[in-house]
Ligand binder design. Structure first.
Ligand code: SF4
Length: 342
């Protein structure tokens, strides 16, 4: 992991200042310069002594990502950002505008080990975990490039955040911090493919971060094919953990359901979802598959409507996300492929 002061928490930054022979408030000032004002040049931190500024400069880089490519969807309010890390790897972030809400979707890993069959990130395999600093840096650089007031952050880009649990949580804590970007904890969502022990661990964190689970099937037979994680943590265990999370935190879960033609879009699937989720405080977010030349297909509009109609009397709310990024390939891993593999 590249050494950077941006990997330190508020408390650790104060300790760093003390270890360097300065007062703890220097660490507090530094935290604000980095995460509130997004400065990258210690020379601009005018209330910090020169001597300290040179230690800051000597510790490690404060800019961790360079923008390689920025793509606007042209009217849908979605923008994609492809960044290069200092080691040459690339990652992506997506900015989604919807009404007053501006959501940034961040990556937590380069590539992914989970091998979901409908996902292009899976084609890359797993390359490495991102540091907390690199996750936060996506927020900082997108904010600078877009000048948007980002209201929500979702960990739904490349990677499985629960396979990089510590760094993802560290990043979420800084994004939420009152001396940092101040994103409300309830506006920060971590999305998992279903790592059951981590869902239970997540339930006990003293933060009100939200949980999303990528469900995508109503039976083990189909989920086994779409998401290999299901062999390890089948639906029964996953839904038990989801119930445990909602019982423990009193927070509602979002289940994401990528709708794929002739795979998981039948009337029986809708009926089974209503049955499976009926005791879990949740909402179901249906996302018609974003076709990218994979072996799966998006259902046509009438089948999407029919599926949503089949869910009409569910005891949980159902939302349909028509991807604003469809025109710019805004599903995880897709911009990466477009830029780097073609
Ligand atoms: S869908 Fe998510 S968990 Fe599955 S391979 Fe893609 S990035 Fe990984």
């Amino acid at each position: 992991m590249i050494r950077s002061l941006k990997n330190l928490s508020y408390e650790e930054m104060q300790q760093w200042a003390v270890d360097e022979g300065f007062a703890p408030y220097t660490g507090r000032q530094l935290f604000e310069w980095l995460f509130r004002h997004f400065l990258e040049d210690p020379a601009e931190m005018h209330n910090i002594k020169k001597e300290i500024r040179s230690r800051i400069a000597g510790y490690g880089p404060l800019r961790l990502l360079e923008l390689l490519r920025h793509k606007n969807s042209g009217g849908s309010g979605t923008e994609k950002f492809l960044f290069q890390c200092l080691d040459g790897n690339a990652l992506e972030s997506v900015l989604i505008r919807s009404g007053k809400r501006v959501t940034l979707c961040v990556s937590s890993q380069i590539g992914c080990a989970m091998n979901c069959s409908f996902c292009r990130t899976a084609d890359m395999g797993f390359i490495r975990n991102l540091s907390a600093a690199e996750i936060i840096e996506q927020f900082i650089q997108v904010k600078k490039a877009s000048n948007e007031k980002i209201s929500n952050v979702v960990f739904m880009g490349m990677g499985e955040p629960f396979n990089n649990f510590e760094q993802s949580i560290r990043a979420a804590i800084v994004l939420n911090h009152e001396k940092g970007p101040q994103i409300a904890a309830r506006h920060i969502t971590l999305s998992t493919s279903g790592i059951v022990p981590k869902i239970r661990e997540f339930a006990h964190l003293p933060y009100q971060f939200k949980l999303a689970i990528s469900l995508n099937a109503s039976t083990n037979r189909v989920r086994d094919k779409l998401m290999p994680v299901n062999h390890r943590y089948p639906l029964e265990q996953l839904l038990d953990a989801a119930k445990y999370y909602s019982d423990t935190t009193r927070r509602r879960i979002t289940f994401e359901y990528v709708l794929i033609r002739d795979v998981n879009d039948s009337e029986q699937d809708a009926a089974e979802l209503k049955r499976l989720l009926r005791h879990i405080p949740c909402k179901l977010n249906v996302i018609p598959f974003n076709e990218t030349g994979a072996s799966f297909q998006r259902p046509d509009e009438k089948d999407i409507e029919r599926f949503i109609g089949d869910l009409e009397n569910a005891v949980f709310p159902v939302t349909l996300r028509l991807s604003g990024g469809r025109g710019i390939n805004a599903a995880c891993g897709q911009l990466y492929h477009e830029v780097l593999k073609t």
